[in-house]
Design a protein around this ligand. Structure first.
Ligand code: ADP
Ligand code: MG
Length: 396
């Protein structure tokens, strides 16, 4: 929310850091911040400006993120380790308070965007492999060289180096940077007024309706959008929740669908939580669907459904693990069976890939051989990023 302690409202043309950076357009937002494409008048380059909410805890988190990003930049002088590069940071005073601002290299669309762009059908295994390699290079660097656990790996937090639609990519096209707030805008500098915005939404809705009607008449086959020619290099971003292995701040980590079982049952965690999330992302890229989408119900909690879904796909959790966590007593009986979900419908990953996603047997098998070790219930048994990079699936 744009109020005291919250986000800073930015208008196109707004200047930051004494005029050095000029806001161009909004790139995205998260729980902590809004992110704007800005023009750096000193280096004559486009950058991404992450403007944190102003309340103390957000500033604290941004300071922490700066520390980690500085270490990341220091250890990778050639900027080749697939992690976003920190360029600068400063404070910005606004009507809602003091906002900590991070300046990082400007990147393109997130993997979430890529998955949706392809209508949630999966992006093809060769593309999945390319993206997996980049993420693994990033994770290997973070884990092995810096001792950093990301703890919030998900498609929103992995960004392509360029945008899906190059024509809309100001950084790599002949876009002339805006250096002043555009004059005569009815909405005080916003690129279009509220009414025009409404109009845009209404037009989009009308178009959706028309295309649905055409589909139902059976005369049109929807065209697959092509991903050919999209540069699929990518980088890991968002270190707002990351931590050092020997300085863990919270037990409550990861976004639900990408959360590892040891986090749910309260067993403590290590680098291997990122490997679990990585496997969830690889599956999602390949199929367009979430690997685990738990729900709660009157009979059981989201955590219980999540554990049940894991076991249905991967087999029963070893009893020693199921019963060892600080939350085990709430969830499992002493035999390591879930207390409130008694009947599980097992379906192995390779069958799921063949039956539901129409993978060939060969593709399903080789993909499963890559994924399953990463989804081991025993965190210690999961391969490291370095080991994954050696896997035949990525090197055939
Ligand atoms: P938060 O900590 O608030 O979640 P993130 O760092 O995840 O902030 O950034 C929020 C969103 O802004 C991202 O999901 C992405 O869409 C966009 N974004 C972040 N960093 C960049 C960047 N370097 N280049 C382009 N877009 C970015
Ligand atoms: Mg984020």
């Amino acid at each position: 929310a744009y109020r005291k302690g919250g986000y800073h409202a930015v208008r196109v043309g707004d200047a930051f850091a004494g005029g050095r950076y000029v806001a161009q357009r909004k790139l995205g937002w998260g729980h902590f911040s809004t992110v704007w494409l800005a023009y750096d008048t000193l280096s004559s380059k486009f950058v991404a400006l992450k403007i944190q909410k102003s309340a103390k805890e957000y500033t604290q988190a941004a300071l922490h993120e700066t520390e980690l990003l500085s270490a990341i930049a220091d250890g990778d002088p050639s900027n080749s380790k697939c992690v976003v590069r920190l360029l600068d940071h400063f404070m910005h005073a606004g009507p809602n308070g003091q906002h900590y601002c991070l300046v990082v290299e400007s990147l393109g669309d997130s993997l979430l965007r890529l998955i949706r762009y392809n209508r949630n059908k999966g992006i093809g295994l060769n593309r999945v492999k390319t993206i997996c390699r980049s993420i693994l290079v990033g994770l290997d660097y973070l884990h092995r060289e810096l001792g950093i656990i990301h703890t919030d790996l998900k498609p929103e937090n992995v960004l392509l180096v360029s945008t899906i639609n190059p024509a809309k990519d100001p950084v790599r096209s002949k876009f002339t940077p805006i250096l002043e707030r555009p004059e005569g805008c009815p909405n005080g500098g916003y690129p279009f007024s509220m009414n025009q915005k409404k109009l845009k939404i209404m037009t989009r809705r009308a178009l959706v309706k028309i295309s649905k009607r055409r589909m139902s008449m059976g005369g049109y086959v929807e065209m697959e959008r092509s991903l050919d020619g999209i540069d699929l290099r990518c980088k890991v971003v968002d270190f707002g929740n990351a931590c050092l292995f020997d300085n863990q701040i919270s037990d409550d980590i990861q976004t639900r669908q990408y959360r590892a079982p040891e986090v749910i049952i309260g067993l403590g965690y290590s680098f291997s939580v990122d490997m679990w999330s990585f496997a969830c992302i690889a599956f999602e890229l390949a199929t367009g669907d979430l690997l685990f989408a738990p729900k709660n119900s009157p009979e059981f909690t989201e955590d219980e459904d999540h554990l049940a879904l894991m076991m249905e796909l991967l087999g029963r959790m070893p009893r020693q693990i199921a019963t060892a966590g600080s939350r085990s007593k709430d969830l499992f009986d002493r035999y390591g069976d879930l207390k409130r979900i008694r009947r599980l419908k097992f379906l192995r990953l390779d069958r799921l890939l063949v039956d539901k996603y129409k993978f060939s047997e060969t593709d399903a098998n080789s993909f499963m051989e890559f994924l399953c070790p990463l989804l081991d219930f025993d965190p210690e048994k999961r391969p490291t990023a370095a080991q994954c990079l050696q896997h035949p699936w990525l090197n055939e």
